[in-house]
Design a binder for this molecule. Sequence first.
Ligand SMILES: Cc1cc2nc3c(=O)[nH]c(=O)nc-3n(C[C@H](O)[C@H](O)[C@H](O)COP(=O)(O)OP(=O)(O)OC[C@H]3O[C@@H](n4cnc5c(N)ncnc54)[C@H](O)[C@@H]3O)c2cc1C
Length: 310
Amino acid sequence: MTETVVIAELSKGKISSTTNELVTAASKLGSNCTIVVPCTESSVANEASNIAGASKVIAAKSDVFANYDASAWAEAIDAVAPSGIIITAASAQSKDLAARLAARRSISVIQDVIEIEGTTLSTPIYSGKAIQNVSVSGNTAISVRANVFAPADNTGNCEVQVIDTTGNVATALKEMVQRASQRLDVSEANIIISGGRGMGTPANFSHLEEIADKLGAAVGASRAAVDTWDEIPHSMQVGQTGKTVNPNLYIAVGISGAIQHLAGMRSSKYIVAINKDADAPIFQHADYGIVATWEDALPVLSSSLSGLLG
Ligand SMILES: Cc1cc2nc3c(=O)[nH]c(=O)nc-3n(C[C@H](O)[C@H](O)[C@H](O)COP(=O)(O)OP(=O)(O)OC[C@H]3O[C@@H](n4cnc5c(N)ncnc54)[C@H](O)[C@@H]3O)c2cc1C
């Protein structure tokens, strides 16, 4: 029986639904799944015990999990996680963690998995221009792209074991100061509206936020927007050197569609592009294209949504 170890994803102090997707991925690789929940309060792990397909939850309680620090997290998780195939999400942080855990256990690492067929895992390479199939045997660490596998439902009920290593800390990151943002992160969103340099000024991103609020979407950005304007943080960047996203709907506004941007969003289910240049490369990848300035298109979109959604 192949053992799998899912490292739970948390968002705002709760188990995020990405964890359910990881359990589905785990079920394709093995039949005995342990979820490890990195936490400072073990009660959060109780939510994970409901995920169908999990045979056990380990609440790994430690001070180090207050803030992300790759080496401290890998050390603390390695100490409590059973051996098996390690499965993490494919966020920047969790890919980092997967690599660290693989190094600690001297196993191979496969990042950004989008398909699992038996023991063959598929991952995009060359900025998504090609897919490589990797055959695995034995234990390995893999990160799994969000929104690819259907989330396991919450009808399970398994045992929760608390392993408290509080105080057993060599190094820990004491504080992480982040820019205050109440907005949904692009890597968690089902709908994303992103702006590029074509937005003209960072203040114009408020037009994207207005539509995002109506749709319950996150606001993303191209690298040109992030590099040009201090007001647009790197956390919003989608692409090869930003975040890889896989929403149901991706709306690109004033974004040319450079290959490095496509690398982060081309697997979105539906892509809508708004660009004033009919020859912009983004249109070759869009399911729906609107050749117009955003100044013309966004007010129409906004009022149509108000009509539809009330
Ligand atoms: C190693 C490397 C890594 C990179 N990583 C990333 C990455 O992670 N993410 C990323 O995005 N890029 C990345 N880039 C940069 C990438 O090559 C492009 O430069 C960048 O994506 C361009 O951003 P943009 O489309 O917003 O800007 P531009 O290329 O300047 O395009 C602006 C678009 O807006 C349109 N436009 C202008 N005005 C309007 C208007 N009023 N209404 C509607 N449309 C309008 C224009 O027609 C144009 O198509 C990377 C580059 C390198 C070399």
